[in-house]
Each structure stands twice: as C-alpha cells, then as structure tokens.
Design a protein around this ligand. Structure first.
Ligand SMILES: [Zn+2]
Ligand SMILES: [Zn+2]
Length: 166
C-alpha cells in the first residue's frame, strides 16, 4: 500500500487478530477450542474479555461485568478463584448470584452470528483453515470473531465446538 494514501475512514477502531487470539497462539483446532472454552467460562463467571485469549497463565485484560473494574486476570486465576474471590474491590459476594443471573441470556443475537451447533462450529473452523491456507486476513479475522468474540451464548458455542472436533 502507498503509505501516503489515507487509511479507510470506516475503520475507526481497527481490530486485529489479537483481539480474539493472542498473536503467539496459532489458530489450530485445539487452540480455538481451548480459547472458546475460556471465553465461555469467563463470560459465565461475569467477565468480559477485552483482548484475545493469551493462554492459561498469561495476563488477560478483562472487565468485571458485576462492577465495571478492568484489569489483568489469568484464566487460571478465574478458574481457581471462583466462587469466593473476583478481584480487589468488587461488589459484596452476597450480590454476585443475583447480578450474574441478570447477565445470562439464552442465545446468540449478535450482529455477527456465532455458531451454536456442532455443524455450524465445524463450518467456521473450516473457514478459518481455508482463510489461513489462502492468506485471506479478513476471512481469518471474521472466522475468529465468530468463534471467539464475546457472545451471550458462548457456553453453547464452546460446547458445539468441542462436539464438532470429536
Ligand atoms: Zn467486580
Ligand atoms: Zn453471539
């Protein structure tokens, strides 16, 4: 690209692959399944990932959906600290159950549709594989967004993805 050309103005919030999966992780089927499960588990626990899944023990930037706190947690910490601890300064533990219940939603109603059945998940994984093969960066990004983007139905999605890889 000619460096003097203006960037497309529509892309005011450029999104990179790292928004869904950390750059050091290859989007293999097993890495995608682990990341989808991690997004599902953290979402169900009232966390909203702000960056791509970095692996189990790497700092992961997140927002607490119960109080709005933002900061780094590791996936291991989220798994191990439940159900007794979230982060310093969160709302009282007695209010967590009610707050979490309000966050639960039945299905995907997102603008970018997320797969919630094994065959849909398999299609997206195949799309990611193909996009990598032909060097289609936009296609790869869209595939990662469908598989790993925040979604109220992320638990269904992780389950569907696990089923599709059997
Ligand atoms: Zn909190
Ligand atoms: Zn969704």
């Amino acid at each position: 690209m000619n460096p003097t050309e203006p960037q497309p103005s529509a892309v005011s919030h450029p999104v990179s692959r790292a928004a869904y999966l950390a750059d050091h992780l290859e989007p293999t089927q097993s890495a995608l399944a682990e990341a989808a499960q991690a997004v599902a588990t953290t979402t169900a626990a009232g966390w909203h990932p702000l960056t791509g899944y970095p692996g189990r023990d790497e700092p992961w930037q997140m927002r607490c959906l119960l109080c709005g706190w933002e900061g780094p947690r590791t996936y291991s910490q989220v798994l191990c600290s439940l159900p007794n601890f979230r982060h310093p300064g969160c709302i009282p533990q007695s209010q967590w159950t009610d707050k979490l219940a309000q966050l639960v939603s039945a299905g995907c109603r997102c603008v970018i549709a997320h797969p919630t059945t094994p065959s849909e998940a398999a299609d997206v994984v195949e799309g990611i594989r193909y996009a990598r093969q032909v060097g289609d960066g936009t296609g790869l990004l869209l595939g990662l967004a469908r598989l790993l983007g925040p979604c109220p139905a992320s638990a269904n999605r992780a389950h569907a993805l696990a089923q599709s890889s059997r």
